[in-house]
Design a protein around this ligand. Sequence first.
Ligand code: F6P
Length: 359
Amino acid sequence: MKRIGILTAGGDCPGLNAVIRVVTKAAHQGGMEVIGIEDGYLGLVEGRMKCLTPDDVSGILTQGGTILGACNKTNPAAHRVKMEGQWVVRDMRDEIVARCADAGIEAMVVIGGDGTMAGAALLIERGLNVVGVPKTIDNDLWSTDVTFGYDTAMTTAAEALDKVHTTASSHHRIMVVELMGRYAGWLTLGAGVASGADVILIPEIPFRLEAVAEKCVFRSRHGRRFTVIAVGEGAAPAGGKVIVDHVDESSAEPIRLGGVGRYVADAVEKLTGIESRAMVLGHVQRGGIPTPQDRLLATSFGHHAFELLSTGWLNRIVVQRNGVIDSVPIREVAGRIRTVPLDHHLIRAARGIGTSFGE
Ligand code: F6P
């Protein structure tokens, strides 16, 4: 191959720049040119591309975000545009494939999560060569044990819970911290266990408000006059629904979750009589410099993607299973998510020390 493209789609996360760096440097060493696409699939639709040289990617290993920009709204097969006040959905795949061919791009490194890989699978159907690299703070991509971005986000979330702990204790309050993660509880479980949260509510385990309240009262009676509750944005009460913050009509995946932290704090205050506060950690979880662990993972993933490309092993996504870097066909992971198994060792360990999952 003489020329490859690279893009970062979906929500950003720490470690994206580390992948762009390794792919660009390795490609140039192998005599290839690299074209960076701006803002993920949106840039592909709009034809926004620029050449990436080793100089362009020098010094970005430790930078959060992505030098290419990202967009978590565009699906190449169902691009939404507003025309005369109406949303119109257009299949842009043939245009994209033709544009890449005109630009001499022989294969595209697509860095993203489940939605991005679903988009990649649709482009592969129309003839684009793709290699996928899994990223997301949610850690919920099917087929890989881990995605880069998760470790940094989990560290940020754990640090926030640690800080909330001290003020909860001083004021004898219930503090509810809502974390990201969509429909998977990896981020909340990891950060919750790492910071010793007293209650951890995740989407995989429907909760009962009465059980959460009982835990708070039990702690109070036993001299622990505060409770820290970590709740994933996709957690829901048994028999209830997830709480939606808003619907983004411009997005191919329009549901944005949010609000469960407030819901839990209000209900538990009523049930217990203990003063409660809710906070939403929000996008701070997606920011900051990647942890060394995420830099290593992103660099290994990116380099493996380059090896797949240069050996013609196409339309696959890099994964890590049992500590080994490998790859699987993109169509196997497209649009599928990996949730926390109910017998996960962290759930067992947390239960073993009395942490409540609100059951
Ligand atoms: O998938 C990453 C993520 O941060 C989710 O955890 C969260 O639900 C969503 O993206 C937020 O999306 P947006 O940036 O559009 O608010």
